[in-house]
Each structure stands twice: as structure tokens, then as C-alpha cells.
Design a protein around this ligand. Structure first.
Ligand code: BGC
Length: 763
């Protein structure tokens, strides 16, 4: 009987799977038919028009060019899509212009940088990644999609998955940090969140993974700079998150500004066709970055016609802003520099994307005033943003249990970011309104209630350097240099401290000190704030530093002066409330760093999954070892690090088998106990070292993690299943396989503090 039921179940399931496969087949058959018929009607100009993505310039232009004559081009069918148009009314107007005037009425696709939330801005991506919570991250992308589509958009230029190991690079803020495994999990979660299970629904949007590829490895951390690395490094360390996004079904890919092996990514055939399409099986379309086709002229590979033809031939489908495709492809076709098929293929991919988004069924599908009113900045979404933000903060130090703060007594709330709205959203918050954000002072009052006395003083400017401030203030005032002198501000702050039991100083970077074109050669807190922190620490009162930043900072000095220190990134529209929730203990911090915090800039690039070298540094740093004369090799705070108000203890690892063979799976388990006074969450991390290989292997690599909840006194056993698939790597022949031998299996609460067992895995 049981067997029969089982057989029937298997039969029904297999029928269901077959039906689904057939459905997908017939869907793509229908799409092909539709696009074929449409393309038959299109002129060459109209086809080239589909490859043109422009911006009327109402968003944030990130290059020197903005598009002109947009209206006429739309009417003439010379535009495939628009970005930087924000708001349902404007999008409706533009779509109507296209539908009422263009010959074939091919709907426009509307894109935007919905990077960390839409109008309900959530923490910057580097912050989100510090939550190590894939459900929350997926949910945040889902929420962003619901809100952005309600305002007319259907395409987001996110996620940015560039691995970054150099905190000088300002765009480290936009990604998930330094690790390929964590980065891949996040890439997948975000694509799923944006795209949902059906792209044609009016509350899902097409995702665009960027910047393909290796953009985070720009030399000296200077934006747009050259990258160069071996393919072994590329395949093992930099490419996995892009691949994870492709495997998750991402609809589009954005090429990067940098060159790879001497060929700009935007015109790199190996990258865009051989790897992306042929090896990885990507079926969507590739868009350039902002004028990155034209910039190939500066790279030095030819004039506009040459670089445009080169990009199309390489596999680029859509040209962002530069209009090299629009203005030169016809000539290149005549001259035999590109083929009709290459133009057709690119056009087809863009039309297919529009088809999948349901735009041919209804060009106004994403345009609904009613939905906009209901969804944009809804109270529920703001509440979720507050909760999410609290999960991203990383507690770096907490002496004498200074945190959580008591909801009584007097707090001196000091610092240039303590009562600031303009910097809360962080970089790349193009649709957010800083004025709607909650500053820390307001959040502290909201959460602390009437029994806490809060005395606020600014204490210092973010920076006193007027030239620097001018560069930062391009999108509005972010560094507001006070009319008062630094001495006057400091005196006011010290007076406040005099009356207080504890100091909370909110310091760090302005939002535009990280992000695009915001590289720094100094990754410490600006001098004006260092002076303030020094003076505050001299008062002898407990000093809590709340550090807002878009990058790992070198916080060596601050760490020595502060009693407690917590990094809150740029936390979004609800920043102040979320920070207060954590400072007062309504939420116990659980974030862990996704990028190493160095002791000083000289250690950069610094990352946990490095190689051993032939002369690894010994305990006393003797001569002729791989080390520095003036600093240890170890960072200030390692990858995966983050404290809690409670404490966790780890037992020993128990392993199901120490001599596995072939494709066997083994289980590594560890018991974690909450030994402190608060309920809390802990990210339990699994690392593996492949001790001997035909290629040298990193000292450890993250291979799994689980975020668990433990009540005070509670223990939980966490198990990781490990199979040979987790041991695979690309060798010097780019063969992806595992090699038998000794492996160290490590589990712990950060990359530097782990328990270890050895396993010998035979083939
Ligand atoms: C950035 C991209 C962004 C694009 C459109 C470029 O400057 O590099 O990340 O998606 O502008 O705003």
C-alpha cells in the first residue's frame, strides 16, 4: 500500500515537472514567435534604437555626459530604455510619448539604481552583507522591488557583486565585501528578491548584476583604474558572485569600466561571450556602464566607431548614455565591421527582456498611481527598514558592558553625525530623500523615552577642510562646516559631557565619502573628529563610539580610546531609530564584518583568505619572514568578526568521519552556548583549508554559515554537511576539481577564532 502511494506520488511529481518544463518550453516558443514577427517589421534604425539606453538627466549623472533631445529620439524609435526618470507620473509620460508616437510602439524599459531600498532606503549593501542573513537580504530586495515597481520602474541596476579587498576604493560600500562565498550567497538572494518567481508580475523587476567584471580589484583602490590578475585568481576569488547571479537567473548584466587583460570589459569578447554566454549559459542581455563604450577611446583602443563595433562584436547589447551604437553601427554594418546578425542578436535580447517583463501585454503594467500611494514609503516598509538596519550593525568593542545603555540618567550625544539627516541614507540612494530620514538624536529620544536626559552637541565638523567638503557636497550639503570655530564647538561638547554619565559620539564618514568616484588615500576618521574623540576620551567618562562609514576604516586610535565601539554603516531612512534600538538594547547586535578592518592603510589590500607564502610570519616576527617592521600582519578586526551584548562559547567540533572517501558526505557539528545575560544571535562560520594542492591554496576559505538564535543559557548544535563539491577549486589549467589529502575543518564565530579538526579525504 505504502509503496503504491509512493509510486503514485513519484508519478504525479514527475508529471508536474514535465508539465512545468513543457510550459517553459512553450513560453519561450511563444516569445520567439512574438519577437520574430516584431523584428520582421523593424527597420535597421529601429533595431539599433532598441540598443540605446539614455537618461534625461533628472537622476544623478555619474559621467560628464547626459542625453539630449530625448523626446524626439523616443518618438523616432531611437530609444530602447530610459533611466534616471523617477516617479510614476514622469514614467507614464515617457511611456505614453513612446506608445503614442513611435512607429512600432515598442514599450520602453525603465531602469534605475535601486541599490539599497527604493525611497525607503535601507543600509548600504556593505552593511546589509554584515547581517549574514540571507532571508533578510532577499526580503529587502523584494521590498525594494515592490516599492520601485509601484513607482513605475521595472529594471534595477543591482546587485553590485564586485569582490573588494581594498577599502581605499569607495565602491566597496556598494557590494558584499571581500569573500566569494558570502558574496555569492548574497548575489543569489538579491536576484531572487528582485525578480521573484515571475518577472511579468507587476511587483517584480529585472535585476542587473554588475560590474562585470573584476571592477573591485582596481589598482591602488582608485576608481575606474586598471585591473589585472591571473585567471586562477579570477575564477577562484573574483568571478563566483557574478556566476551565482547568472545561475540564479539574473535577467541582465552590466559590463564594468575597467580593462581586463588589456581589453576594456565593455569590449571584451572573452568576457562577454566566451565566459558569460558560452561557459556560463547566460541568456539575458548585457548593458554597458555609463558611457563605458565611449571611454574605450580613452583606454586607447580606437575611435568611437571602432569601440562601438568592438563592443557589439564582443557581446554587448545595450549602450548606456554614450550613443556610440546609435551613431556608428549603421556605418559599421555598411563597412562590414559588424554583421546584421550581431545587431539582430542584441536587439532580440532586449525585446525578449521586455517580453518577459510583460511590457508587450501592457506597457503601463508597472504604472499605477494607486499602488504608488499605497506602497511608497508605507509605514510597514519603514518599520521593516528599521528592523533590518539593526541587524547590520557590528559591535567591535564593549568594555565594562557599557552597552546597552540604561534608559535613565544623562547621555551626552556628541558628534557631527549625531543630529544629521543628510548623511543617513548613504551612497547611491538616488531616489531617497535625506530629509525624510531619522537622525540619531531623534531616534534616541524616541527609544530612550522621557526618563533619559539627552544633551546634544555637534562637537566638530565631519571635516574642517573646505576643499574636501566642496568635493563631497556635489549632490547637496553633506559636510556642513559650522559657522562656529572648532574650539567653540569642542567647548560646547565638553560642557555637555560634564553633565553626563556616558558619552555617545556619532562619528565617521559623510555619505559621499564612499561610493562611486570616492576613493581615499587615508582611511581614517578625518582629523577634526580625531581631535574631538581625543578630547572626549580625556574626560574619563565612558565613551561609546558610533561609527558611520561606507568602507572599512582604520580605527586603531579610536579603538584604543573608546570604551565601546559599534559600526553602523550608513543605515538608511530609519538610521536613528535603529541605532537607538541597538544602543538601548531593544535589539542585541548580531552583525559580523564582511570585509577586514585593517590596523592601518599600509596593510591594504588585506583579506582573510590569503595564501601562506613560503615564509609565513612566525609568532615573534623574526627577520626574513613575510611581515612588516612596524605593524603586525593581523588586522584590527578580522573578517567575520562582531560581538554581541551576550557571549557565546563554542564546544569542540565533532566530525562524522575523519577518513572519508570519494563522493561521501561528512557532517561537522559544534555546540554553541549562550553564556551571557542576553538572548542573542550568532553567525556560526565554517572554514576549510586544503593543506596540500597542485596549486597553493588559501589558509582558509568560508564554506558555510548559519545564523542562530540562542536564549540566555541555551545551547544549540549546529551541523554543516561537507561534500567534495565544497573542496573544488580551479587549478592552473582552470580545471575545476578537488584533490584528495588533508583538510582542516574549522568552525567559529569569526575567521580568526575557530576550532579545528583534521580530515583525510581519499579519492
Ligand atoms: C555606475 C553604475 C550605475 C550607472 C547608472 C554608473 O556610473 O558605475 O553602477 O548603475 O552609473 O546610474
Amino acid at each position: 500500500m505504502k509503496r503504491n502511494i509512493l509510486l503514485i506520488a513519484v508519478f504525479v511529481l514527475s508529471q508536474f515537472a514535465t508539465m512545468q518544463a513543457q510550459d517553459a518550453k512553450s513560453d519561450s516558443y511563444r516569445m520567439k514567435g512574438y519577437v520574430d514577427a516584431l523584428m520582421k517589421k523593424m527597420t535597421l534604425d529601429e533595431k539599433i534604437g532598441q540598443l540605446n539606453l539614455i537618461t534625461p538627466g533628472s537622476g544623478i549623472p555619474t559621467g560628464s555626459v547626459v542625453s539630449t533631445d530625448v523626446e524626439n529620439k523616443i518618438k523616432q524609435g531611437k530609444v530602447g530604455g530610459l533611466f534616471g526618470v523617477i516617479g510614476v507620473d514622469k514614467i507614464k509620460q515617457a511611456q505614453k510619448l513612446c506608445m503614442d508616437n513611435s512607429r512600432l510602439k515598442i514599450p520602453l524599459i525603465f531602469g534605475s539604481d535601486v541599490i539599497h531600498g527604493y525611497k525607503t532606503t535601507v543600509p548600504i549593501p556593505l552593511g546589509l552583507s554584515a547581517s549574514w542573513d540571507m532571508k533578510l537580504i532577499e526580503h529587502s530586495a523584494r521590498e525594494a522591488a515592490i516599492e520601485a515597481t509601484a513607482d513605475g520602474l521595472c529594471w534595477t541596476f543591482s546587485p553590485m557583486v564586485d569582490i573588494a579587498r581594498d577599502p581605499r576604493w569607495g565602491r566597496i560600500a556598494e557590494g558584499a565585501g571581500e569573500d566569494p562565498y558570502l558574496g555569492s550567497q548574497i548575489a543569489k538572494a538579491m536576484v531572487k528578491g528582485y525578480q521573484g518567481d515571475d518577472l511579468s508580475k507587476n511587483n517584480t523587476m529585472m535585476s542587473c548584476v554588475k560590474h562585470f567584471a573584476l571592477y573591485g580589484a582596481s589598482e591602488a583602490g582608485r576608481d575606474y583604474n586598471t585591473t589585472d590578475m591571473s585567471r586562477v585568481r579570477m575564477y577562484n576569488e573574483y568571478l563566483p558572485p557574478y556566476k551565482a547571479a547568472v545561475d540564479a537567473g539574473v535577467g541582465s548584466v552590466m559590463s564594468s569600466f575597467n580593462e581586463i587583460e588589456g581589453i576594456p570589459a565593455t569590449g571584451n569578447k572573452w568576457l562577454l561571450t566566451d565566459l558569460l554566454r558560452n561557459q556560463w549559459g547566460f541568456k539575458g542581455f548585457v548593458v554597458s556602464d555609463y558611457t563605458s563604450v565611449n571611454e574605450m577611446i580613452n583606454h586607447g583602443v580606437g575611435d568611437l566607431q571602432t569601440v562601438s563595433a568592438m563592443s557589439l562584436r564582443a557581446g554587448l547589447d545595450m549602450d548606456m548614455v554614450g550613443e556610440g551604437f546609435l551613431t556608428t553601427l549603421k556605418k559599421s554594418l555598411r563597412e562590414g565591421k559588424v554583421t546584421q546578425k550581431q545587431i539582430d542578436d542584441a536587439c532580440r535580447r532586449i525585446l525578449e527582456a521586455k517580453y518577459k517583463l510583460g511590457l508587450f501585454d501592457d506597457p503601463y503594467r508597472y504604472i499605477s498611481e494607486e499602488r504608488m500611494k499605497q506602497e511608497v514609503l508605507s509605514a510597514a516598509r519603514r518599520k521593516a527598514a528599521r528592523d533590518l538596519a539593526a541587524h547590520t550593525f557590528v559591535l567591535l568593542k564593549n568594555n565594562n558592558e557599557t552597552l546597552p545603555l540604561k534608559k535613565s540618567g544623562t547621555i551626552a550625544l556628541i558628534g557631527p553625525l549625531a543630529n544629521d539627516k543628510s548623511n543617513m541614507l548613504g551612497t547611491w540612494a538616488v531616489s531617497g530623500d535625506p530629509q525624510m530620514s531619522i537622525p540619531v538624536l531623534e531616534g534616541m529620544k524616541n527609544v530612550g523615552g522621557s526618563s533619559v536626559n539627552i544633551i546634544y552637541a555637534k562637537g566638530a565638523n565631519i571635516s574642517d577642510d573646505t576643499l574636501f567638503a566642496k568635493k563631497i557636497n556635489v549632490f547637496g550639503t553633506r559636510i556642513d562646516i559650522d559657522k562656529r570655530s572648532p574650539e567653540e564647538m569642542l567647548t560646547e561638547a565638553l560642557n555637555a559631557v560634564n553633565q553626563a554619565d556616558v558619552i555617545v559620539a556619532v562619528v565617521g564618514e559623510a555619505s559621499e565619502m564612499s561610493g562611486e568616484a570616492s576613493s581615499r588615500t587615508d582611511i581614517t576618521i578625518p582629523e577634526s573628529q580625531k581631535i574631538l574623540i581625543n578630547a572626549l576620551s580625556k574626560t574619563g567618562k565612558p565613551l561609546v563610539l558610533v561609527v558611520m562609514t561606507g568602507r572599512p576604516l582604520a580605527l586603531t586610535q579610536e579603538n584604543s580610546l573608546a570604551t565601546s565601539m559599534i559600526v553602523t554603516w550608513h543605515a538608511g531612512i530609519e538610521a536613528g531609530n535603529a541605532i537607538a534600538d541597538v544602543l538601548f538594547g531593544n535589539y542585541n547586535p548580531s552583525g559580523k564584518l564582511s570585509a577586514t578592518f585593517p590596523r592601518n592603510l599600509g596593510q591594504v589590500p588585506i583579506f582573510y583568505n590569503h595564501k601562506n607564502t613560503g615564509r609565513p610570519s612566525g609568532p615573534n616576527s623574526p627577520k626574513f619572514q613575510s611581515n612588516y617592521l612596524d605593524a603586525p600582519n593581523t588586522p584590527l578586526f578580522p573578517f567575520g568578526y562582531g560581538l554581541s551584548y551576550t557571549s557565546f562559547s563554542y564546544g569542540d567540533i565533532s566530525i562524522s568521519k575523519t577518513n572519508p572517501k570519494g563522493n561521501e558526505k561528512i557532517t561537522a557539528s559544534i555546540t554553541v552556548t549562550n553564556t551571557g545575560k542576553y538572548d542573542g544571535e550568532e553567525v556560526v562560520q565554517l572554514y576549510i583549508r586544503d593543506v596540500v594542492g597542485t596549486n597553493t591554496r588559501p589558509l582558509k576559505e568560508l564554506k558555510g554559515f548559519q545564523k542562530i538564535n540562542l536564549k540566555t543559557g541555551e545551547s544549540k548544535t549546529v551541523s554543516f554537511s561537507i561534500s567534495p563539491a565544497d573542496l573544488k577549486f580551479y587549478n592552473h589549467n582552470l580545471k575545476y576539481d578537488w584533490e584528495p589529502g588533508e583538510f582542516h575543518i574549522m568552525i567559529g564565530g569569526n575567521s580568526d577564532d575557530v576550532k579545528m579538526v583534521k580530515v583525510n579525504w581519499a579519492k
